[in-house]
Design a protein around this ligand. Sequence first.
Ligand code: FAD
Length: 374
Amino acid sequence: MRYDYLVVGAGLFGATFAHEAREAGRSVLVVERRPHIAGNVYTEEVEGIQVHRYGAHIFHTNNAQVWAFVNRFATFNRYTNSPIAVYKGEVYNLPFNMNTFYQMWGTSTPEEARREIDRQVKEAGIVSPRNLEEHALASVGRDIYEKLVKGYTAKQWGKPCDELPAFLIKRLPVRFTYDNNYFNDRFQGIPIGGYTQIAQKLLEGVEVRLGVDYTQHRDELRGLAGKVIYTGMIDQYFGNRFGPLEYRSLKFETTVLDVENYQGNAVVNYTEADVPYTRIIEHKHFDPGSHTGDAARPKTVVTKEYPASWQSGVEAYYPMNNERNDALFLKYHELVRQEEGIVFGGRLGSYKYLNMDQTMEEALALAEKELAGA
Ligand code: FAD
């Protein structure tokens, strides 16, 4: 065996594990099928602006240990995510808060806003919601549902809300303060200079082979290491033996525009069903002041995000955690027990949506367990 560990995937999970293993004196080889490291948090510079190639990524966490850990690899700015929603030309603040209620109804006190929501919830008259639409109507009433939830959620999941399970939006946070901060976490920010440097620093001193798909070189790669840490799709690893798990995909359309400021905010959601994309990201606003472009040649970079159906061969972004898929995942997970020397992790290996902080937390926990002793 030439390596103690073979890590499949150079995303945040794989890179964090590889870093810890190397620090613990183990030898590690990382293989990554894409031509770059960092997985979905990959950012690259375009016109002096850090572009989030796989969708907007905002780091937020309540975990002080993870926050301290990630700050070893980048300096974070104090970006606060405050998305804007556009519905048929009307502009609203998100998440639903006193600003939104004022824009929607002209209410200016928490009591007035609460009364209007209660009135609409009562009018909907739903006691036991059977689907996402009923769940939303029973939580926030008709106006917020129709203007800010219905079209956006249907686009996201590719189905009308009355055909979607309620659990997809378990919580529709309603805030009775004038607070546009999307996240409740204690720590939040964007790494100045982008996310790729974090993966780069995590992988310092580790051998990384890019453009290598494990499933196509399984025989030669498996023999190289004592243990495999696999962050790719678990169903694909087992040759889709029980049938494929389902995912949701995305398409990104990125354009450089000759304007200084296109939309005045990093994230603008388009909540009506007729607009095919869910949001437009204007990347420079993730790090205000960092763009040192030529004043005579103003530039900005925007990305339209289109939800897309998933089939084999297309990038899988979101696991579809419904009853059918979760049961199927458990069947695959049973196979892992029968396999020697492999651990599955990360969002694809564990078939669950993980934020970046959770990904790092899980990778650090695995490293602690794996590398303890010996
Ligand atoms: P990945 O980043 O997917 O890395 C896995 C890597 O493995 C990939 O690079 C892949 O190419 C590689 N791989 C897979 N199979 C193979 C194979 N067979 N051989 C070789 N290589 C392979 N989190 C937040 O905290 N805040 C946000 O704002 C946020 N926004 C998001 C927006 C979008 C659109 C998406 C999709 C996710 C967002 N996330 C966000 C979640 C974040 O992207 C994940 O937490 C993180 O990327 C998970 O890291 P990972 O290593 O598990 O997976």
